[in-house]
Ligand binder design. Structure first.
Ligand SMILES: NC(=O)c1ccc[n+]([C@@H]2O[C@H](COP(=O)([O-])OP(=O)(O)OC[C@H]3O[C@@H](n4cnc5c(N)ncnc54)[C@H](OP(=O)(O)O)[C@@H]3O)[C@@H](O)[C@H]2O)c1
Length: 323
């Protein structure tokens, strides 16, 4: 297949481009500042801004599939002049329109757990509205909603360090928000499978089949999580344990944290605002782990502790089925 990966130079994108190229697909990574540095061998780059239709329409032509991985991080306040609506909703609408105009078959949309047009944060609302645009399109779509994703180049571990300090740290609500972190190395083969069809296949099988994928995952919404559920407090302990540091969590009442974030919202050098506070009120876990739709055993996926080099040591994250 000829696959255009919008946001292909980002964290998940670079890994997905590498996986698709390894499977024998022709891959182009589109972003606003592409360059070839850091892109896997054999992956082409293209310049485009999904918020500007004319800058992407010609690039989409000639592709069999489009993957939308364009992101504005929900973990930090959006930079001045940007918004989740512009990047996640308008960007998706432009990509969908360009794909329909170009006769693209498959469209894979990376969404987020809890995506809801009436949700509590701007990110979740934009993701929910973007899902509706994808679902209502004429394309053969698949939507994937992962929990937080960890791996080299990801921001989840660094974000935890930005939010906290070693030894003694305050956390809104005592850090009880639950996550189900999934390793990027587990996620991207499933994304590639979602594009190709039912089974993960070798490069030779993929090229034998030619440019068409089968439709096993078309019209599906998948919620994907890792093998364990960890609270923000658990993750904080893990992250500092990996550095050989203990941490004691001091709970900050959620209402107080939200009040504080509202008060400092207008300060440009403070990276968090009320939306980031609100997002900590909702768990980021899956009800049923759809990794099984890709033939994966949820308990066999990589844990955050193992990624951080803490395998076999005491830590508080629990297997998802018992948490
Ligand atoms: N990482 C996670 O934990 C996680 C969890 C759940 C869902 N997701 C979803 O997964 C997707 C990928 O996330 P990620 O973590 O890989 O994001 P990322 O590392 O921040 O990468 C974002 C990519 O989008 C590009 N981009 C941003 N704005 C653009 C625009 N206007 N036009 C074209 N390209 C643009 C960036 O390149 P330029 O800046 O050069 O344009 C970059 O290639 C997103 O949809 C995200 O919401 C991620």
């Amino acid at each position: 297949m000829k696959v255009l990966v919008a946001g292909g130079t980002g964290f998940i994108g670079t890994n997905l481009c590498e996986e698709l190229a390894k499977r024998g697909h022709e891959v182009t990574a589109l972003s606003r500042s592409p360059g070839d540095a850091g892109l896997p061998d054999g992956v082409e780059s293209a310049l485009g801004n999904v918020s500007a239709y004319d800058s992407i329409a010609d690039t989409v032509v000639g592709h069999d599939a489009v993957v939308n991985l364009v992101s504005l991080s929900p973990l930090y306040k959006p930079p001045e002049g940007t918004s989740h609506e512009e990047v996640h909703l308008e960007g998706t609408a432009n990509l969908v329109r360009a794909a329909e105009a170009a006769g693209v078959d498959r469209f894979l949309q990376l969404s987020a757990l809890g995506a809801d047009p009436d949700g509590e944060t701007a990110y979740i609302r934009a993701k929910g509205k973007a899902e509706a645009v994808v679902r209502e399109s004429a394309l053969e779509w698949t939507i994937v909603r992962p929990s937080v994703v960890f791996g080299d180049g990801g921001e989840f571990v660094e974000f935890t360090k930005t939010l906290t300090t070693p030894y003694v740290t305050g956390l809104p609500g005592g850090g009880k928000t639950r996550f189900q972190p999934i390793w990027v190395g587990d996620l991207v083969p499933m994304l590639a499978d979602a594009l190709e069809g039912s089974e993960a296949r070798s490069a030779s099988e993929a090229s034998e089949q030619g440019s068409r994928a089968d439709d096993a995952h078309v019209g599906e919404i998948y919620e994907l999580g890792g093998p364990q559920i960890a609270t923000l407090a658990d993750v904080t302990e893990l992250v500092y344990a990996a550095e050989g540091k203990d941490v004691t969590i001091v709970p900050i009442p959620m209402e107080l944290a939200k009040l504080g974030l509202s008060a400092i919202d207008s300060l440009p050098f403070v990276p968090f605002g009320p939306d980031q506070g609100r997002s900590l009120e909702f768990d980021n876990t899956v009800a049923d782990n759809d990794v099984t739709a890709f033939g994966r055993d949820p308990t066999a996926l990589r844990t955050l502790g193992s990624y951080l080099g803490l395998e076999g040591t005491r830590h508080r994250a629990k297997p998802a089925e018992t948490a």
